[in-house]
Design a protein. Sequence first.
Length: 430
Amino acid sequence: MKKILLLLLLPFFLFATTLETNYKKALIAYKARDFQTSYTLFKSIYLDKLADINFNFYLGRSAYETGHYETALAAFERVMMQDSTNIRNKLEMARTYFMLKMYEDAQNLYSDVLSNPNIPNNIRRNIELSLSKVSKVQQKSFTYATVMAGILYDSNINYGNIGSFEFNGILLPPTTRISDTALQLFANVSNIYDIGYKNGFALKNSFSFFSKDYRDHKNFNISYFSYNPSLIYKVTHYTAELIAGIDSMQFGGRKYLSSLSIMPRFEYNHSPNLRSIAALKYQHKKFAQTAFKDLDANRLELSYTLQDILTPRSYIQGKVYAINEKHIRGTNLYVDFNEGKFMLDYANQFSHSFALDISAALRDRKYKDFSSGFGSKREDIGRNASIGFTYVIMPKFRARLSSSYEYVHSNQEQFTYKKQTLALSIVKTF
């Protein structure tokens, strides 16, 4: 009886073994980017793996790379049915729509991902480039906008210091810390145009506006405007971008600061999930009021980012900065400095409706000029942490709750402070 049972089960065992063997072989070929082999093997067993999300994604990618776009789309659709929050799958699906000349579907799906505030900036830029190609085929450029309105609470809007401090041998009391609530507004309009589909060039123009209107302390109101045109070049493994900047800021209702900047930026894809981003920014800062002319400065900022896409819904990245700022004129002690900074960011789209982002930063700023009043050169060590929750109310309409804590310790006690903020905002994309 046992022999008969074994004979009956043997075909099923052999079939399962063959299925698993072909799956492993296909995965090896897929990771080696031998998509023709992986597609052939995945296609031979796909009827038995229809419910497997990972399998369908691998099949879709293999089919896309070998030109089987209808098969790829069907595989990505099966992933979408089981996991609608999979950002990577949406992007691959949009690329497939484009190859199938389903341009409106491609644009809608790219735009849906672009409306997610939790995607990293370099992924956002890649989506913009893809949208520019769709728009090029449709003989138009692509424009999108983001608008945010919210209420902010700030525990220390004037950066009042902690405790008494000694200056020139005299003990001075701490600055009174002021807290207040404010109405925050933000708007961005970006336009991107593909110069040529084959040579990989695109032009981008981005306009941003930000304002903070305090309820009681209007002399701390801030408004800020920036215009950033850029030229982008993208090929398979890297993206190069040259970004210019024109900024203007008002403080307390009066023109306060303007700046001009230029920044070359380079991004390299080590693998589909791991990227390096390097940038060098030069900025010329000019203060509007005569009393602040000594603060005019030239600033150099070198940064490097290593980004890891952990899952199709989450990423983590570390970023290091080296900053040098040097005064143009005058004798102000607190202009010339060197600064090192490290930032760590994590974001996860846990479900279709809910996303989380966390950020932490540490900086060390050392000023070059000696202060006889404090008997030292100033050094500030700052720590910052923030957390944000985003909830999708409806497509392209989100609510966001965020909080931050900042503590800066200075060897010149006048500049030691801490502050907390809490903000509730509504974000709409168009």
